[in-house]
Design a protein around this ligand. Structure first.
Ligand SMILES: Nc1ncnc2c1ncn2[C@@H]1O[C@H](COP(=O)(O)OP(=O)(O)OP(=O)(O)O)[C@@H](O)[C@H]1O
Ligand SMILES: [Mg+2]
Length: 207
């Protein structure tokens, strides 16, 4: 179970981890993009951090929606609108809620994926963040259906997200700047799939 205070704690942990990995994410983007993924997300989550104190007495839907809006307004590039949409969609699904359990969380992640797909006009297998998000959601649902506890469900999600990142090394990018490289994008992991995995690790630690 997570209440607003816990969701805020999770968001702080996401922000800290993304900012710790700023250089790593930027280096990944240097290989197949324009060297700004870590910089973009660090800027966005700094803004999220600044906004969190004023959200302490709000419902979870509002907290997630405001997080999404902060990301859209501060992160340039593709990932700002994509992560922003993901959080805003999750926020819409959590509207009015002061507590969420793991089943609610699984709904929020599906909503987030739907938002990214729609906004990015992308599917699984195009070497994007979706290649971590979709398998992670699938693995978590499967663990849930087996009656696993929260810890095991989230662990399965992180494992599948990491496998998804590994998979992105084997495929050609067909979305974003990395697609300009064609075959030469093979061998490199996708920065967005990597940042999503870091984000899910923070959720796993704090949920
Ligand atoms: N259409 C899309 N759908 C889903 N994810 C995408 C899409 N385009 C890019 N991405 C994700 O965004 C990441 C790049 O984010 P970044 O912050 O570097 O923005 P950017 O430099 O504007 O991106 P890009 O050069 O890919 O358009 C990629 O690694 C990928 O995971
Ligand atoms: Mg980039």
């Amino acid at each position: 179970m997570a209440d607003t205070a816990k969701v805020i704690k999770i968001l702080k942990c996401i922000s800290a981890k993304i900012r710790e990995n700023e250089q790593f994410l930027t280096d990944l983007d240097a290989a197949i993009g324009d060297s700004d993924h870590g910089i973009n997300l660090a800027r966005g989550f700094k803004k999220v951090d600044e906004k969190l104190p004023e959200l302490a007495d709000k419902d979870i839907g509002t907290v997630l929606k405001q997080t999404g809006m902060a990301l859209v307004s501060t992160v340039g590039g593709a990932s700002g609108p994509l992560y922003g949409t993901a959080f805003m969609k999750a926020g819409a699904a959590a509207a009015g809620k002061n507590e969420i359990d793991i089943d609610d969380f699984l709904v929020l992640i599906e909503e987030a994926i739907g938002g990214v797909k729609l906004r990015g006009k992308a599917e699984r297998g195009e070497k994007t963040m979706l290649d971590a998000m979709i398998p992670a959601a699938g693995a978590m649902k499967e663990e849930r259906s087996k009656g696993a506890d929260v810890k095991n469900i989230l662990e399965a999600g992180v494992r599948a997200a990491n496998e998804g990142v590994e998979f992105t090394k084997t495929i050609i990018a067909t979305k974003g700047r990395a697609s300009y490289l064609g075959e030469r994008s093979i061998g490199h992991q996708d920065p967005g799939a990597t940042s999503f995995t870091i984000l899910l690790e923070a959720i796993e630690e704090e949920f």
